[in-house]
Every structure is written in C-alpha cells, then in structure tokens.
Design a protein around this ligand. Structure first.
Ligand SMILES: [Zn+2]
Length: 105
C-alpha cells in the first residue's frame, strides 16, 4: 500500500516496517512482473485498499495498493504531462478503452 504523506504528518512517517509506506522496495523485489492494473479515482482506491488493509493513520492518504496481483492506482491520465511514465501509461490505457491502434480521433 502506497501512501501520500500530507505535509503536517511528514515527521510521523517511519522508515521501518509498516502497512503504510511510500518507500521503494528492496532491490530484490524490483524485478519485472505481470500484474493487473486497475486505475480508478480516490473513492475506488479508498474503498478497495482500506477494505484490505484498513485506513492509514491521520495525515496520510492512500494512493495505491496491491491485492493478489492486482494493482489499484490513480488514473495516470490525471497526472501532469511532464510525468513521462504516467504519459506512457495514459496512452496505453487509451487503447484499452478502445482508442484505435492507428491513433485517430
Ligand atoms: Zn498507441
């Protein structure tokens, strides 16, 4: 589960083990993987992630989680165009939503 830390709670984030983290995984967990990706709004993230893990402590907002090989995360199309990886995923999600491979309107 990945949390965004609201400014007031920055000091409360522990780098030790916790359900609520914004850390990168140790290198041995950073390999290639095949996952299902569900992109959804904050209500969908909160509903599914909090059902599985509980709500985070005050001062944190759940940004994403992983449940049984399914990653639940915000829609990358809502991220700034300067975010190259979000842009790449938004493009492909467009195709998943029916945008033709020829890139027409
Ligand atoms: Zn394309």
């Amino acid at each position: 589960l990945f949390v965004a830390v609201l400014a007031a709670a920055a000091a409360a984030v522990s780098s030790g083990p916790s359900l609520y983290s914004n850390q990168l995984p140790p290198p041995r967990y950073q390999g290639d993987a095949t996952v299902e990706l569900e992109v959804t709004g904050q209500p969908g993230i909160d509903r599914q992630c909090h059902k599985a893990f509980g709500a985070p402590p005050a001062g944190m907002k759940t940004d994403a989680c992983e449940i049984d090989g399914r990653v639940i995360a915000p829609n990358p199309c809502a991220f700034p165009a300067s975010d190259a990886y979000a842009r790449l995923l938004c493009h492909e999600i467009g195709h998943a939503n029916g945008w033709p491979a020829t890139h027409g309107q």
